[in-house]
Design a protein around this ligand. Sequence first.
Ligand code: DX5
Ligand code: ZN
Length: 229
Amino acid sequence: MTLINAGPSGSLRLAPSILAADFGALASAVHEIDTETDWLHVDVMDGHFVPNVSIGPPVVQSLRRYSTKFFDCHLMMSEPGRYLEAFAKAGADGCTVHVEVGGTQGLISDARALGLRVGLAANPDTAFERVAPFLGDVDLLLLMTVFPGFGGQSFMGEVMGKVEEARHEVDSNSLAIDIEVDGGIDATTAVTAVRAGANVLVAGSAIFGHSDPLEAAHALRAAALTGRP
Ligand code: DX5
Ligand code: ZN
């Protein structure tokens, strides 16, 4: 199922990550970049799957009142199944779970039953073969370009082979899914990732860490579209 405001699969989308925004002024931070936002990326960390804690359903619920964008929730959690319903009720549009936590088929069905758009994520050192069996059942494949847990890390170019592999598999089987990259994306690495086959770009510090977030988002999109950083 594809929700109306997700947009067509495969088109270029910019997904600013609120992890790098000022949590004390989240609504205005999100509002400021609204015209350059396709999806809003919400990083959820449980202090167990990753060594950091971030935000949960109450923040999604509050933010929902201030934005009509597609909320792309990235669940960096060991037990995402316990929280899918809470995220759906809070106003998440899509939830992405990590393949490393196991129980993938059940998590996909549970997320679908809740009406969510479904994503599957893989860490940089997780082989494409781990996610390949599920590609026919999900709407999005998230290939991490850093080890999850923190914003502001450096893009891992070695993941591009996996992005190419995924793009080849998706196109040759005419699968209607998005390929998202997350971690260290800026105007330069966005070009590399799009060239390899990614179509959804998550960016935190390159946007919210900039003195003019809207201009930074605009430049990132322009680079991705033109292939020139
Ligand atoms: C990392 C998160 C990312 C993070 C990206 O664990 O999943 O979404 O916010 O941040 P930057 O763009 O700063 O690498
Ligand atoms: Zn993320």
